[in-house]
Design a protein around this ligand. Structure first.
Ligand SMILES: Cc1cc2nc3c(=O)[nH]c(=O)nc-3n(C[C@H](O)[C@H](O)[C@H](O)COP(=O)(O)OP(=O)(O)OC[C@H]3O[C@@H](n4cnc5c(N)ncnc54)[C@H](O)[C@@H]3O)c2cc1C
Length: 405
């Protein structure tokens, strides 16, 4: 059994790249995923926000692909009849944050995102219960969708164009041009590693990216109880600490009318450690403890951030943080929410720091997507085009490409 293209991982990144490969080259495309269903990890366990391109340093891949990805994904959702909730405000908690807010406005404009600074009166018209100090940033193109709905439509598209998606098939090793999987050996001409939290391990099998390890950060959510959702019309975000790749606890109204609060960014014990002690694996635990300790020892800001985040395991602590954005929120208005996600955040062992941008590593007949963290869901359609162009058209013309077996 063999395919022209074998994609490992049926998350948003793997599915969109598979579709782009099929569109560009035809041929046989197979996607494998170790789980028995779509969206079991990052792509099905996120906030569902199509980001507008505000936060990211101009020139980075995140910045370059978020605005176009947002537009492409909004168009895709419209075409497929997927509902979305539009609009977002970023509010300040104190005078000091105004400076960062203005930096975000600058970044957004440089990235081509549509944003507007609003005053307190204008903010009240957009989000009547949100509080800010002097100014807030309004983004009309931020949209909340249901990520599971998007995945389901992409899966249908994949089936319709003849892509084979095989669930319950785990890649264990690579041997020449064959993937050794739990369903036997699968031959391939070209391999795409889109394995999310395990993408570093697969890159290592190809001798690539040995200095990188995935560090997991757990995102826990709470919700505003039924009857109090009027407090949030769409999205209310804080000004984040832009030294870290996390956006802070925010309010998001889903298309199903639920108002979520979260997510946290708590260092997790393993890559799929969704519950308190669930899925703890020794080798992952060792890495997580070691590299978190190394950052704790050398980076004062990381210590502060880490302790603040760990505290949010306690709902009251998370509530107190969120209440600064919406002061009318009472503790009795919130309850638990069953969604937990884990960010597969890449860590550079040589530099002892978190990698801020997406990272794509090229092998001889493979490509490896590392650090597909937020906003990779938003960017995915643009990202898939970028990856295919980079690998197959980066240095040559379409005619010179021979991706098949
Ligand atoms: C809490 C949270 C909130 C977020 N919010 C947003 C947001 O609002 N907007 C946004 O744009 N992004 C957001 N993100 C980021 C977004 O979810 C991810 O960037 C995106 O889902 C990454 O997709 P992926 O396909 O790379 O990974 P995944 O969805 O994790 O897919 C990887 C797949 O690979 C499979 N796999 C792994 N190893 C193997 C193997 N050996 N063999 C076979 N299969 C394997 C896994 O089973 C998995 O299905 C958020 C993430 C989190 C965790």
């Amino acid at each position: 059994m063999g395919y022209d293209f074998l994609v490992v991982g049926a998350g948003i990144v793997g599915l969109t790249i598979a579709l782009e490969l099929k569109k560009s080259f035809g041929g046989s495309v197979c996607v494998i995923d170790k789980e028995n269903r779509i969206g079991a990890h990052g792509s099905g366990r996120n906030s569902g926000v199509l980001h507008a391109g505000i936060y990211y340093k101009p020139g980075t891949l995140k910045a370059r692909l978020c605005v176009s990805g947002n537009r492409l994904m909004r168009e895709y959702c419209e075409e497929k009849g997927i509902r979305g909730i539009k609009g977002k405000v970023i509010v300040t908690k104190n005078e000091r944050e105004v400076e960062t807010l203005l930096e975000l406005e600058k970044r957004a404009r440089a990235n081509g995102a549509d944003v507007k600074i609003v005053d307190e009166k204008e903010l009240r018209e957009i989000e009547p219960y949100a509080r800010t100090v002097h100014r807030a940033l309004y983004s009309p193109n931020t949209v909340v969708i249901d990520p599971q709905e998007v995945l389901a439509r992409l899966l249908e598209d994949a089936a319709a164009c003849g892509i084979e998606v095989r669930f319950g098939v785990k890649l264990a090793a690579l041997d020449q041009k064959e993937a050794v999987t739990t369903a036997g050996r699968i031959g391939y001409g070209f391999l795409v590693n889109a394995a999310g939290a395990y993408a570093d391990r697969i890159a290592h099998m190809c001798g690539l990216g040995k200095n990188y390890t995935m560090l997991p950060y757990k995102g826990i959510y709470l919700r505003v109880k039924e009857g109090y959702e009027f407090l949030v019309r769409a999205n209310i975000y804080p000004v984040p600490d832009i030294r870290f790749p996390f956006l802070g606890v925010h309010f998001t109204r889903t298309p199903h009318g639920v108002v979520k609060m979260g997510p946290t960014a708590i260092p997790a014990l393993s890559r799929e450690n969704y519950g308190l002690l669930e899925n703890i694996r020794c080798s992952e635990l060792r890495e997580t403890l070691l590299y978190n300790a190394r950052q704790f020892a050398t980076n004062k800001n990381y210590v502060l951030m880490g302790f603040k985040e760990i505290g949010k395991y306690i709902p009251y602590v998370m509530y107190k943080d969120a209440r600064q954005l919406v002061p009318s929120l009472k503790y009795s208005y919130i309850s638990r929410y069953p969604l937990v996600g884990i960010r597969a955040q890449l860590f550079d062992r040589t530099k002892n720091e978190l990698v801020m941008d997406y990272l794509i590593l090229k092998g001889d007949n493979s490509i490896h997507i590392l650090n597909a963290v937020s906003p990779a869901f938003t960017s995915s359609l643009a990202f898939a085009q970028y990856v295919v162009n980079l690998y197959f058209y980066g240095t040559g013309s379409r005619a010179s490409v021979k991706p098949g077996l």
